[in-house]
Design a protein around this ligand. Structure first.
Ligand SMILES: [Zn+2]
Length: 370
């Protein structure tokens, strides 16, 4: 194992932050895994530590057949943000920016740099594009903030990968994942191993999230150069590993073994591994996900559990205003998997309370919430 420590620029006087990458194995193929980019989402960090131990063993046994880079603490900035005992890990406090938005768009500068050299040899194109992505990031003007520097370092490591896993979680949720529809056939084994409740598929959710910044440039380049052979070479997913509190040892170990089994299946690890279960969740269009909101302030009582299938019209939660006695029951507007609930039980209009993944497309434009 090799440890690569990047010192982040723009630290406050008297402090220093480091982004640490743990690199296992060797070879031409690469997997990149990071955890807790939203710094208060810790199931991924706990799972990453299991991976760190297991990858160390597998490397010592000579079982690794490619490079696996692991970043268990992807966001040291966000880890340091506490406000009166509450961990504020989703947005950078200084700027208000979501840590998982606005990653650098690589397809346009890569097209400028090497577009004319892309031809019919897919393997050569992949090598050329990866090299150009690195060059584009290396030649950017110096970062103007610590957040920008951190973003670029994460993307710099991930842009050369064949598979990229970004480990997150939701407030109260079943395990679920976000990916490009083109990659869903390959992710099904991982989803089955993780016993995921649903996969949410789209080409562009509108937020330039980390996974899309890794995977989408390949689609955009293929669209821009239709005569060149450009495969979708970086299969990237955001893996939501259940609830905020899902850091139990058995959960982390199960997540770890599911990921290792998947990587073995993809040829990155030798040896005998359990086959993926036959049963796998459905891949739904992310544009079919309904976000449900309360129509007024009040106390929320959820009426259904995460992971359940709900029908359009089913009551999902009620909101009670104890001052006016106003009680509102909020019902599903689409049929699908109730895969996430908010953590807070006091609500106000504008804050989502529940998410239902349906089969029918009901939204367009920007699909992510902030
Ligand atoms: Zn997250």
């Amino acid at each position: 194992m090799q440890r690569i420590d990047h010192t982040l620029p723009w630290s406050h006087l008297g402090t220093e932050r480091t982004l640490s990458v743990f690199r296992f194995g060797q070879g031409s193929r690469k997997v990149y895994i990071q955890a807790s980019l939203h710094a208060d989402e810790l199931p991924g960090m706990r799972t990453a530590w299991e991976l760190k131990q297991r990858l160390g063993e597998l490397e010592a046994q000579g079982q690794l057949k490619g490079v696996i880079e692991l970043v268990p603490v992807a966001n040291p900035i966000g880890l340091d943000q506490h406000l009166q005992s509450a961990h504020m890990g989703r947005f950078e406090l200084g700027s208000g920016k979501n840590f998982n938005r606005a990653f650098h768009e690589l397809s346009a500068p890569v097209a400028e740099l090497i577009g004319e050299r892309l031809g019919s040899d897919a393997e050569a194109n992949v090598a050329l594009i990866r090299q150009a992505m690195g060059q584009v990031l290396d030649q950017l003007p110096a970062p103007t903030s610590q957040l920008q520097a951190m973003h670029r370092l994460l993307l710099r490591h991930a842009c050369e990968a064949d598979f990229t896993l970004d480990l997150h979680c939701d407030f109260e949720a079943s395990i679920h994942l976000y990916a490009l529809p083109q990659h869903w056939p390959q992710w099904q084994s991982l989803a089955a191993r993780l016993k995921a409740g649903v996969a949410l598929l789209c080409e562009d959710s509108g937020g330039s999230s980390f996974d899309e910044s890794c995977s989408s440039p390949w689609l955009r380049l293929a669209q821009r150069f239709p005569h060149a052979a450009i495969p979708p070479a970086n299969r990237a997913t955001t893996l939501e590993l259940g609830c905020m509190g899902d850091t139990r040892v058995d959960q982390a170990r199960a997540n770890c073994e599911a990921i290792l089994g998947f990587l073995a299946e993809q040829g990155f690890i030798d040896g005998h591994w359990p086959a993926a279960p036959d049963e796998c969740c459905e891949g739904m269009p992310f544009a079919g996900t309904e976000y449900l909101f309360a129509p007024h302030h009040g106390v929320v009582s959820f009426l259904r559990e995460v992971g359940e299938w709900v029908e359009r019209g089913d009551a999902l939660f009620e909101v009670v205003n104890p001052l006016t006695d106003r009680v509102t029951v909020v019902r599903a507007g689409t049929s699908g998997v109730l895969f996430a609930l908010d953590r807070s039980r006091y609500t106000e209009p504008g804050i989502w309370q529940a998410k239902v993944a349906g089969r029918e497309v009901i939204r367009a434009g920007k699909l992510t919430n902030d």
